[in-house]
Design a protein around this ligand. Structure first.
Ligand code: HEC
Ligand code: HEC
Ligand code: HEC
Ligand code: HEC
Length: 264
């Protein structure tokens, strides 16, 4: 029995090592820029990640996985030009170069039928409705696991990668387009704050020493992935690309009036 347990452990450990071989194994300083972070994909094998371009990029570029200088995705409203045209759900395309997925069909945050159905305390995002905004859809184009991380560019450019490696499970967010058990995104923060008495005002709660929650809302005051995360590891103080550290849950207490808020 003891021997069996040991061999089972060995198998389990082996599987664990094999399964995590592709995940990020490095470390980086919050706010110090994108180099050497989880989003520095240009050097195959660096920091345990292997999302190398196909064919290999001799320049080992970082930005190209997400941005290119020419003929990137066009807005759906474009009437001329070259490069692929994005679906109308994408209303923000900063020279976007990473293959986009189908933006429809996401199941948004849902706390279940047993949740309080009235009262001005919570569930306001659900009552108001949620749709993932363009900036979140850009994250999801890698993170929901449907599109390969190393698939970028298009036939109207000179650099294109046709890789097929999707994101490691531990970093997948919204697998099978299910965002039901992820922190709500894609809603108007002000509308929710007006109905939820325990959400702080976007104009008074500071997320970094120099910016308010307001500065991290997208478009029409929408809360998105980038409200909590700094994709380039720039301007943030927190671990895991967070705008502020979640030490003592300070990130959560910035917006949620459930304890003592300390400005960063
Ligand atoms: C993993 C994807 C990713 C990589 C790699 C990346 N970016 Fe971005 N970038 C984004 C996303 C997503 C946005 C829009 C959302 C946001 O700014 O939070 C953006 C926005 C931008 C913007 C416009 C808004 C701003 O923040 O100024 C600039 C400029 C930019 N990126 C430059 C760069 C440069 C230069 C590099 C390479 C050194 C780079 N990015 C690498 C994902 C990426
Ligand atoms: C080009 C693909 C791509 C895009 C676009 C992208 N990411 Fe990532 N992201 C990755 C990869 C790859 C990893 C690391 C996965 C691994 O280790 O295997 C990662 C890791 C992360 C992590 C983990 C940080 C840590 O230290 O553990 C966070 C947080 C994150 N991404 C947030 C975002 C957000 C927010 C956006 C959009 C604003 C975004 N990402 C857009 C590819 C991408
Ligand atoms: C309310 C703030 C908040 C929002 C909004 C948010 N995240 Fe996160 N995210 C976090 C925190 C906090 C962690 C760290 C979790 C931990 O360390 O256990 C994290 C961790 C991650 C990780 C690391 C893997 C993991 O499961 O912990 C990834 C990847 C990530 N977020 C991507 C995203 C994407 C993509 C979106 C939008 C769909 C998003 N985040 C929206 C707060 C947020
Ligand atoms: C940038 C502001 C912000 C940050 C940071 C933030 N939240 Fe939220 N959170 C919100 C808003 C706004 C809602 C929607 C409230 C509503 O629907 O009434 C919400 C919803 C929630 C809900 C769902 C409530 C329900 O009714 O089901 C929980 C639980 C939650 N957040 C926990 C957290 C935790 C834990 C953290 C830290 C890891 C965190 N939040 C960080 C703004 C934030």
């Amino acid at each position: 029995m003891k021997r069996l347990t040991h061999s089972m452990l060995a198998v389990a450990t082996g599987l664990f090592l094999a399964g995590s071989a592709m995940a990020f194994s490095g470390s980086y300083v919050p706010g110090a820029g994108i180099n050497g972070t989880v989003h520095d994909l240009g050097t195959p094998g660096a920091n345990g990640m292997n999302y190398g371009a196909s064919p290999a990029d001799p320049l080992q570029r970082i930005c190209i996985y997400c941005h290119a200088p020419h003929n990137t995705y066009r807005l759906s409203s474009a009437t001329g030009g070259a490069g692929p045209q994005a679906p109308s759900e994408f209303d923000y395309l900063p020279l976007w170069n990473h293959t986009l997925q189908d933006p429809t069909g996401y199941t948004m945050y849902d706390n279940g039928p047993g949740a309080p159905q009235s009262g001005a305390k919570a569930s306001q995002a659900i009552i108001n409705g949620m749709t993932p905004g363009s900036t979140s859809l850009l994250c999801l184009s890698c993170h929901d696991g449907t599109i390969a991380v190393n698939s970028y560019g298009n036939a109207d450019q000179i650099s294109e990668s046709t890789g097929s490696t999707t994101i490691t499970d531990a970093y997948a967010i919204g697998k099978d387009q299910y965002l039901g058990n992820h922190h709500p995104i894609g809603f108007n923060y002000d509308d929710v704050q007006a109905g939820d008495t325990e959400i702080r005002s976007a104009d008074t709660a500071m997320l970094t020493p120099t910016s308010f929650v307001r500065d991290h809302l997208a478009g029409d005051a929408h809360m998105e992935c980038a409200t909590c995360h700094s994709v380039h590891n720039k301007g943030n103080d927190g671990e895991r690309l967070l705008w502020r550290s979640d030490q003592n849950s300070e990130l959560c207490l910035t917006c949620h009036d459930k304890g003592i808020y300390t400005a960063p």
